[in-house]
Design a protein around this ligand. Structure first.
Ligand code: PLP
Length: 518
């Protein structure tokens, strides 16, 4: 019996293709964040076919779908061997770095609760440069984040971390390497201090886990994995330098009994006996299969070859940035990422603001990620930067990319950064007359000055949707931008940097929520 479909597949897929065409380009190395392109079409084809093969499967139950168990064993085994886990090191496939980090925190919280029957709120010790997912974990799971300020060059002092350790600390985090600046934390010293205090140490190796072990010989890569006795868990993303499609990461944990606290089981409801290793129930096994297929196809030798391309690309980017008057590489990055900042060693009229630079690069066909500056609790300021992640395909693009980096810098050299504080002040202290929702928003926010004074603002999270939207509109940020090349982003970043943290967060939430509204 013929089925009466509402719309023809060609028409549906045509619409999809049209929307996709406006996306940032996922292949060809034109975007230096988000996507990880090997530049190997054969591998892309393999990934597509492995994904397709697993399309109808439910990863919820590896007993019903035994392929899922085979895949998980193979992928966890590969990462465990690479990071020198022993037979007591176990792991699980998660959907990404976020879930791996969330589960590491949840595991540690539950172990802490076991050991502290008297209750209380545990602390999570986290360098400022540690990934935002840990703050999310703390918020979800009820821990207090104890932020450890980093040095002015973005590096972390192990002694500063060690000084925070105490009986109420459930977990210490070290990054190999941290996302914002691509800087390696002193994992060995942090893990040793944690072990001495009897506190678990989680290593966020979402980026470094599949690059640093393959980094070209001769570079000095500090040990960050299970060879360090104090390391109790490690997160590694396969959907980054494992070149799998989004939705696959591995969380390794030292010790079965530790790892079992990651799980959830429920025998006391009316339905099927429920047991999950990770946060989701029904889930895709497509990215897991694709990640496994990539590992099979590349082998360790393939990873070495691709990582050598990444290393040459990042060296090329570094040399290019160092050669541009007014720009500098921030700190001492290691691995596939780095961040560029304005060179304070030259006069202001010769400096290149990294956000104007990123905005000037976009019309030339290149996208890099802007990161706001940040004044830490101890007063040490981290400058605003532009983040670049090199992938294997970047190396071949350097002959076009480097001249673009130079040209964009020439366009904006000497232009001062957007003054977010002035924007904020003009709005909130109110020279302009405003009405309606904006007036409400302004009244609610009157009490807050620019950072850091207003950093604790409470009212901002209760700012209603209309007021938050009115504020975004007042800053010219309320447009739903469907164009492939979005407008200037520097003002948005300047605002995030300048306004009280809670207000910035409320505005980010409103901006994203409105994007998805029908
Ligand atoms: C990407 C990343 C994360 C977050 O992972 P998602 O895969 O985006 O959920 C966490 N930590 C580091 C170091 C990362 O690079």
């Amino acid at each position: 019996m013929a089925f009466d479909f509402a719309r023809h597949p060609d028409d549906i897929l045509g619409q999809l293709a049209q929307w996709r065409a406006a996306d940032a380009p996922t292949h060809g190395g034109r975007i230096l964040a988000y996507v990880f392109d090997t530049g190997l079409p054969e591998l892309d084809d393999l990934v597509a076919r492995a994904t397709q093969a697993m399309l109808p499967v439910n990863g919820l139950d590896p007993a019903a779908f035994t392929s899922v168990a085979h895949l998980e064993r193979a992928v966890v085994g590969f990462v465990r061997d690479l990071l020198h886990g022993d037979a007591d090191t176990v792991g699980a496939a998660t959907t990404g770095g976020t879930e791996s980090n969330l589960l590491a925190v949840k595991t540690a919280r539950d172990l802490w609760r076991d050991a502290h029957p008297g209750g209380g709120q545990p602390r999570l010790v986290l360098p400022v440069t540690g990934h935002g997912t840990f703050r999310k974990a703390a918020q979800y799971f009820g821990l207090t984040v104890d932020l450890v300020p980093v040095n002015a060059d973005g590096s972390v002092d192990a002694a500063e971390v060690a000084a925070r350790l105490g009986d109420d600390v459930a977990l210490v985090v070290a990054s190999a390497e941290s996302y914002p600046f691509g800087i390696m934390d002193p994992v060995a010293d942090i893990a040793a201090a944690a072990a001495e205090a009897g506190i678990p140490c989680h290593v966020d190796a979402c980026m470094g886990g599949l690059t640093l072990p393959f980094w070209p010989a001769g570079s000095d890569i500090p040990t960050f994995d299970f060879r360090l006795p104090g390391v109790t868990s490690v997160a590694v993303d396969l959907h980054k330098f494992g070149f799998a499609p989004k939705g696959i990461s591995v969380l390794l944990q030292r010790g079965r009994d530790r790892q079992r606290r990651q799980f959830f089981a429920c025998g006391g409801w009316a339905g099927y006996p429920l047991v999950n290793a990770t946060m989701l129930g029904s889930k895709s096994a497509m990215a897991l299969a694709a990640g496994w297929a990539v590992i099979q196809a590349l082998g360790r030798a393939g990873f070495v070859t691709l990582t050598a391309r990444v290393a040459r690309a990042v060296a090329g980017l570094r040399a290019a940035i160092e050669g541009i008057e007014g720009l500098a590489v921030f700190g001492a990055p290691l691995g596939p990422m780095l961040a560029a900042t304005a060179d304070l060693g030259v006069a202001p009229d010769r400096r290149v603001d990294p956000h104007h630079w990123a905005d000037a690069l976009r019309p030339l066909g290149w996208t890099i990620q802007m990161q706001p500056g940040l004044t830490q609790a101890n007063g040490v300021h981290l400058p605003s930067t532009a983040h670049l992640t090199a992938t294997p395909v970047t190396e071949g693009r350097l002959p076009e990319l480097v001249p673009a980096l130079v040209q964009a810098a020439d366009t904006v050299r000497g232009r001062p950064p957007v003054d977010g504080a002035a924007l904020w002040k003009s709005l909130v202290s109110g020279d302009a007359t405003v009405s309606g929702s904006l007036a409400v928003a302004r009244a609610a926010l009157r009490s807050h000055g620019p950072r850091p004074h207003g950093a604790d603002s409470r009212d901002a999270s209760t700012l209603d949707s209309e007021s938050a939207w009115a504020l975004l509109a007042a800053f010219g940020l309320a447009a739903r931008d469907d164009a492939a090349i979005p407008g200037q982003q520097a003002p948005m970043l300047a605002l995030i940097e300048a306004v009280p943290e809670a207000v910035a967060e409320r505005l980010l939430i409103e901006k994203l929520a409105r994007l998805a509204e029908p």
